[in-house]
Design a protein around this ligand. Structure first.
Ligand SMILES: Cc1ncc(COP(=O)(O)O)c(C=O)c1O
Length: 448
């Protein structure tokens, strides 16, 4: 246990002010926008967050992967304030502005691929996915898209169609966009083919040939979209040969490789982008979340000749590349370099993994521990032999955590994965204290 306590719980959680705001929320906001903790934030800094009742929590969720540089870094706040004193909005389509160009140049430089690149800036991850699909179709004059089961790419029409999870994302929302086909991902803990790696010889990666034989001709496929580590799907890390095998298939068939780095990017996995753990050079990269340092920002960065195919006016939007987000993004990317957050991701990732493995030795409920860099998760099961998902128990563990001052969120198609998207600026003391709260929550949660 850490010597100095960071967590400060002054009332029952949720406290009276949070409860009041929750009841007002229920009257004013549709229930479809889910909430993982019943508290309302009042302020946040680094890796801690204080609620409206004065309780301070350690934050293992980082705004779902948006806060790799932490809550409100001084440099990001300063850049936003300085920009706010100049102009807030001019609209990129009316007058161009320098911060957009500087950020596009930065993203063109730091993304993998030894070829000229261009970047369009947008607002959300889903909007990046939508634009990448439009660009890929326009460029290839093909209209099929391949994506993966358990994958997640957003909630708008095309992004939802790419997503490989019915609940909660697609259920009852009507037909997907046409010609999207889902492939099996390398979810080795629950192999879709009932096999074991490496004896499986990557049956999942080879399945695409069956799809080409019976579902869609490869020369009708514009692009394949993949998360290098599936995020919402449950932090599923494929074996090292999986992505290169898929990439080879794309290269051989003229299919563009779209790398969704929205959750994995900006140092999270111990590289600036997770795809750099391989030698793949994706034609298009989707970037969002932590690139904005806590502001609203996303991007598609890709091969210049591909990015340049759509006609003038075919891409963009009123707010894409908002000046406040651009300056925040530039400051956040500077911080990743200045504070060497890539190395920090590896250091804290190792610590989390070791702690999770030690917990797995003590608690039979932990079926699997997996991750890449600081993107680490545990999958909870009722029985290690049957792997029956321990979904209720997972919710209970997370509830105990926030009641004791740790915000931690779930993932996975069975909602039985506990994941960490910890701000990379977390101190060792905060990390230790957070892990001990999680340990205690697991210890006191029986399998039901
Ligand atoms: C891999 C991935 N792609 C796309 C998205 C969608 O991003 P947004 O919620 O900003 O639309 C997410 C969000 O969690 C994501 O994790």
């Amino acid at each position: 246990m850490a010597e100095k306590k960071i967590v400060r719980i002054t009332s029952d959680v949720p406290g009276p002010k949070s409860r009041q705001l929750y009841s007002e929320m229920e009257q004013n906001v549709p229930r479809g926008t889910a909430h993982m903790t019943p508290i309302a934030v009042s302020s946040a800094k680094g890796a801690t967050l204080t609620d409206v009742d004065g309780n301070t929590f350690i934050d293992f969720a980082g705004g779902i992967g948006v806060l790799n540089v932490g809550h409100r870094p001084d440099e990001v706040v300063k850049a936003i304030k300085e920009q706010a004193d100049k102009y807030l909005h001019a609209c990129w389509h009316v007058t161009i502005y320098e911060p957009y160009i500087r950020l596009a140049n930065k993203l063109n430089t730091i993304t993998p691929g030894q070829f000229p690149k261009k970047t369009i800036l947008l607002n959300s991850g889903a909007e990046a996915a939508e634009n990448a699909i439009k660009i890929a179709k326009y460029h290839t004059k093909r209209y099929g898209i391949l994506s993966f089961l358990e994958g997640f790419h957003g909630r708008t029409a095309a992004a939802m169609s790419l997503t490989g999870q019915i609940q909660p994302y697609k259920y009852n929302f009507g037909p997907p966009i046409p010609w999207v086909y889902h492939l099996p991902f390398a979810y080795c803990y629950r192999c879709p083919f009932g096999q074991t790696y490496p004896g499986c010889e990557l049956a999942c990666a080879k399945y695409v040939e069956k799809v080409f034989e019976g579902v869609i001709s490869p020369d009708a496929v514009a692009a394949l979209v993949v998360e290098p580590v599936q995020g919402e799907g449950g932090f599923i890390v494929p074996p090292k040969e999986f992505l290169p095998e898929i990439y080879k298939t794309c290269k051989e068939r003229g299919i563009l490789f779209i790398d969704d780095e929205i959750q994995t990017g900006i140092a999270r996995t111990g590289k600036m982008f997770a795809i750099e753990h391989s030698s793949i050079e994706p034609e298009l990269v989707l970037i969002a979340k932590s690139v904005g340092g806590g502001t609203v920002l996303s991007a598609v960065t890709g091969k210049a000749e591909i990015m340049d195919t759509p006609h003038v006016g075919g891409l963009g939007g009123t707010y894409g590349g908002h000046p406040l987000s651009c300056v925040a993004g530039l400051a956040a990317l500077d911080l990743v370099e200045k504070d060497n957050l890539i190395a920090r991701a590896n250091t804290i990732g190792d610590k989390i993994k070791q702690a999770f493995l030690a917990m797995q030795e003590k608690y039979p409920i932990i079926g699997d521990v997996r991750g890449l860099g600081a993107m680490v998760a545990m999958e909870l099961v009722k029985d290690r032999a049957t792997k029956e998902p321990a979904s209720k128990e997972s919710a209970l563990v997370r509830e105990k955590c926030y009641q004791n001052g740790l915000i931690v969120i779930g993932a996975g198609i069975h909602h039985n994965v506990i994941r960490t998207l910890i701000p990379l600026v977390i101190t060792d003391e905060e990390l230790e204290e957070g892990l001990s709260i999680l340990d205690e929550a697991l210890r006191s949660t029986p399998i039901q």
